[in-house]
Design a protein around this ligand. Structure first.
Ligand SMILES: N[C@@H](CCC(=O)N[C@@H](CS)C(=O)NCC(=O)O)C(=O)O
Length: 228
């Protein structure tokens, strides 16, 4: 069976992508969770991941790292990762690639922390630009392919790539315009996103660099996470 190495569900946006995709498609895997911070008794990320990062998928002798290659590895073996319609598939792949290689301001300013709510101190131009582009992209997909997911009526890898943005929208009260609010509600209500979110709230680990990233950008107005 596949083993999927991930870090804290509260913070690890890259881990979320293959996890939510495989869960939603019903692809069985053993979850191997290793929290950030080199905690006592926990393995070093380099002991299981060639680049020392999560996510990392282990399939027997094969290690696949980087969320994009994991998704493609899974797509070679299981149906449903990408849309069957060629036009929807081309759009979904382009949208996922754009997410994978871009939106640096959103990533830097709005670090994923599922269990808190944050009032941003400021919204620099780069962040506004990223929000506008994601809003345009989401609305284009929803209008063109009919929703409720980005490339049609089924959850695909395009949605998996934007799943961390959905949690960021909830944390930082981001409005992407048009039908985006419906899309965010749909995503937050999927079984896999709910499972991830509930597990994130139950985590008692706190990783200071990730905590600092959040408080550098804004004030925590609510913390819904369990405490030790
Ligand atoms: N582009 C990579 C990024 C992976 C990444 O940066 N993962 C972070 C966790 S969310 C990580 O492992 N950080 C630990 C480190 O860099 O040592 C992907 O898509 O998987």
């Amino acid at each position: 069976m596949y083993e999927l190495y991930i870090a804290n569900k509260n913070y690890s946006s890259w881990s979320l992508r293959p996890w939510v995709l495989m869960r939603t498609l019903g692809i069985p895997f053993k979850e191997r969770q290793v929290p950030f911070g080199n905690l006592p008794g926990q393995p070093d990320f380099r002991s299981f991941s060639p680049n020392g990062c999560v996510p990392c998928l282990i399939d027997g002798e094969i290690a696949v790292w980087d969320s994009q290659s994991i998704v493609e590895y899974v797509a070679e073996r299981h149906p449903g990762v990408w849309p069957t319609d060629a036009a929807a598939r081309a759009w979904a792949r382009s949208a996922a690639a754009e997410m994978h290689s871009g939106f640096q301001s959103l990533r830097n300013i709005c670090g994923m922390s599922c269990g808190v709510r944050v009032a941003l101190k400021q919204r620099p131009a780069g962040l506004e630009k990223d929000i506008a582009r994601i809003g345009a992209l989401w609305n284009q997909g929803l209008d063109r392919f009919g929703g409720p997911f980005l490339a049609g009526d089924r959850f695909t890898a395009a949605d998996a790539f934007f799943a961390p943005v959905v949690f960021r929208a909830q944390t930082y009260a981001l409005d992407f315009g048009g039908r985006s609010a419906e899309y965010i509600a749909t995503m937050l209500d999927t079984a896999a996103m709910r499972e991830w979110y509930d597990a994130a709230l139950a985590e008692i680990w706190r990783d200071q660099p990730h905590e600092d990233e959040v408080t550098a950008s804004g004030a925590i107005t609510e913390d819904l996470r369990a405490r030790a």
